[in-house]
Design a protein around this ligand. Structure first.
Ligand code: WTA
Length: 658
């Protein structure tokens, strides 16, 4: 590990600061004391079915009430709220229409070239109904998978809600993924339709989304795709293939604004979202209707202590789970005002975020540590130019936050008064699992603090035994929760093995393993240390090292590749690839740039290695296993310590070092 990152770990270990919620904040908060939090925890633990059942009845609309709260007779396959029927789009829209919320702003969208659109709950409802009818008109119905490959425009949220409305599960593919990666996801999910745009504005460039869809489909990646719906955004000229392709602005506006929400069974599939694991193939994480809805709804309400007048902004992309749960579903299910931003801060507009906070009087702001570290680096003079006094609460997500960044966030962005909630969770968990409740939990910079009520998190060793205070171990969850993933699309065996049987507890116990390492301090606070599997976290984006390796070896010059993470001050981790070349190939700057671009084409720009080192071979054990421990040390410029005696050819180390 680099000295920087060991300093970071040292500082986390020595972190002693505690920030209790202010009296003012607590007095207005819904959960305003640690005592109240503890009461909820006790209730959830003593009778989980009553706890979740009561909340589900109170917080969601049901067409038909459920009969059973949880069926856990066939673990790890949970069934929640069986017998009930509900609809996520109904919960996000229709139920707000008979109240004052009808004309409340549901969505404020800020486009990259500066265009703004706002939708009241009534208007959003009409748009979603029209889009839902448009989907029906091209033959999409209950159970058909619809892929979305879209920029951050209102139509992305509208399309998601329209799918949920008619019971067509969606599979949102991040717009930064390449056509190859898109094709792989379309094929795996057997998508019947794709919703995309002519292009998207990303920083100062145009991303040709429709071209990528055409490429993915031309490779015959997905014969099941029958139609493509294209939103006009950049007005780039694109080729429309008839009768497959339809323009959104020709098909949607002419539809009726009445579309009854389909009555969905609680366990009907709601969406599939692909994420990286420790094998080359991304996993299609499956979430179902009622449990996910309840979890996104409750966690949003608890963690952001949402009030009627709040304007809430999460800077994620809808292509990731954070965008699903905390731009679209959690906020709208609670009747909140959610902000969506197409752009990003960049050298030509470094104050973009702060300007938006000032302009829309944003009161709750949720972003990633990597963004905070980048802002810190360019200094407080940028944010200091803006009036951000509307803010009352700040959140972070995506990777561990170092205490320095946490303090800077609180002091510079939050004016020293806004509570900071560091929220730990994953695509698989559906919503936040460990986080302070801002009116109740004293925060410690760098700690996600305590599990939410009903979440039985623990840190265990490889035998499944709880480790002692401050000892590192595997972060696990012992009991099922409503928002948990239900399976991996098409691979329930992998679901069981990678999450539920990864650790082999001695006592035969069974629990969910998240892939992260953590420790718990003497107050029971969780300090998440990062992934312990072959997944790396690059600027808050989750990537499997094997995915990058498979992309590299698919290039004709590469015979073998091993990819590791190197601690990075800004991005958390940087990608370092070690490749051995086919005989007759020589390393050159040109080849390295070719390899980087090749990975970009295979996966997307986020996966391009920061550094590629070529050699004639990789360090292996005599039985042929690549010694990643050694590569990690080499990547971060550290001494290779520990046993190297099993290394087959020691001279390879010197060659890689140079
Ligand atoms: C990491 C994003 C530390 C973790 C919501 C997890 C975090 C992975 C935090 C999931 C946090 C997320 N502190 N680590 N507050 N939040 N992570 O699926 O390694 O894209 O396993 O979901 O991000 O990434 P995913």
């Amino acid at each position: 590990m680099s000295s920087n990152s060991s300093n970071a770990i040292e500082s986390v270990l020595q972190e002693q600061r505690i920030f209790s919620p202010s009296k003012e904040f607590s007095s207005k908060a819904k959960i305003g004391s640690l005592g109240l939090y503890q009461t909820m925890v006790d209730e959830a633990n003593s009778d989980p079915e009553k706890f979740w059942g009561d909340l589900a009845k109170k917080e969601l609309h049901w067409f038909k009430p459920f009969q059973k709260v949880l069926d856990w007779s066939n673990p790890p396959f949970a069934r929640w709220f069986e017998g009930g029927t509900t609809n996520l789009s109904f919960n996000c829209l229709d139920r707000h229409l008979d109240s004052e919320r009808e004309n409340k702003t549901a969505l404020i969208w800020e486009g990259e070239p500066g265009d703004v659109r706002t939708f009241s709950y009534r208007e959003l409802h009409s748009e979603v109904c029209r889009a839902a009818n448009a989907l029906k008109s091209i033959g999409i119905g209950k159970g058909d998978l619809v892929a979305l490959y879209m920029p951050m425009i209102p139509e992305a949220a509208i399309a998601m809600l329209a799918c949920a409305r008619i019971g067509a599960p969606h599979s949102v593919v991040f717009g930064g993924f390449s056509s190859e990666a898109l094709g792989e996801r379309l094929r795996d999910g057997e998508a019947k339709a794709v919703i995309t745009a002519d292009g998207g504005f990303r920083k100062d460039k145009i991303v040709p989304l429709k071209v990528a869809v055409d490429e993915a489909l031309a490779m015959n990646a997905c014969p099941s795709v029958e139609s493509v719906l294209v939103v006009r955004r950049t007005k780039e000229s694109v080729s429309m293939q008839l009768p497959r392709d339809h323009w959104w602005d020709e098909l949607v506006p002419k539809q009726s604004e009445d579309c009854e929400a389909e009555q969905m069974d609680s366990e009907d599939r709601l969406f599939v979202l692909y994420t990286s694991g420790s094998t080359g193939k991304p996993k299609g994480v499956v979430h179902t209707t009622a449990g996910y809805n309840l979890w996104a709804h409750l966690t949003f309400q608890w963690i952001f202590d949402i009030r009627e007048e709040d304007v809430y902004w999460c800077t994620a992309d809808v292509g990731w789970i954070t965008g699903h749960s905390y731009i679209v579903y959690g906020p709208l299910s609670n009747g909140a005002t959610t902000v969506m931003y197409e752009g990003a801060p960049r050298p030509s507009n470094p104050g973009a975020f702060w300007e938006l906070i000032q302009k829309h009087q944003i009161s709750i702001f949720y972003t990633a540590p990597t963004a905070i570290r980048a802002f810190m680096k360019s200094g407080r003079s940028v944010p200091d130019k803006f009036d951000m006094s509307s803010l009352r609460l700040l959140g972070t997500v995506g990777e561990p936050i170092n205490p320095e960044a946490w303090m800077w966030y609180r002091d510079v962005i939050g004016g020293g008064t806004c509570p900071v909630v560091d929220t730990w969770w994953q695509t698989e968990t559906g919503g936040v699992m460990i986080s302070p409740l801002p009116g109740a939990t004293p925060a410690k910079p760098g700690s996600a603090t305590l599990p939410l009520p009903g979440i039985q998190a623990d840190v265990v060793n490889s035998e499944g035994e709880t480790v002692s205070v401050n000892e590192g171990g595997y972060l696990v969850v012992r009991k099922p929760w409503p928002g948990m993933m239900r399976t991996i699309h098409g691979d329930s065996k992998r679901f069981r093995e990678s999450y539920w049987e990864y650790l082999q507890p001695k006592d035969g116990n069974f629990f969910y393993f998240a892939g992260d390492g953590a420790r718990q301090d003497s107050d029971g606070y969780f300090w998440v240390m990062g992934r312990v599997d072959d997944v790396i976290n690059v600027a808050g984006h989750r990537l499997g090292t094997m995915e990058v390796e498979s992309a590299l070896v698919s290039h004709p010059a590469v015979s073998e590749a091993a990819v590791v993470g190197r601690p990075d001050d800004l991005k958390g981790e940087a990608i370092v690839a070690f490749v051995s070349l086919e005989s007759g190939r020589e390393s050159s700057e040109e080849l390295i740039s070719q390899l980087r671009n090749h990975v970009g084409n295979e996966i997307g720009a986020i996966a391009k290695p920061d550094e590629i080192r070529c050699s004639d071979s990789l360090p292996k054990t005599r039985s042929g296993k690549i010694m990643r421990r050694i590569l990690r040390a080499l990547a971060s410029g550290q001494e290779v310590i520990g046993d190297t005696s099993t290394l087959e050819d020691r001279s390879v180390l010197d060659r890689l070092r140079s």
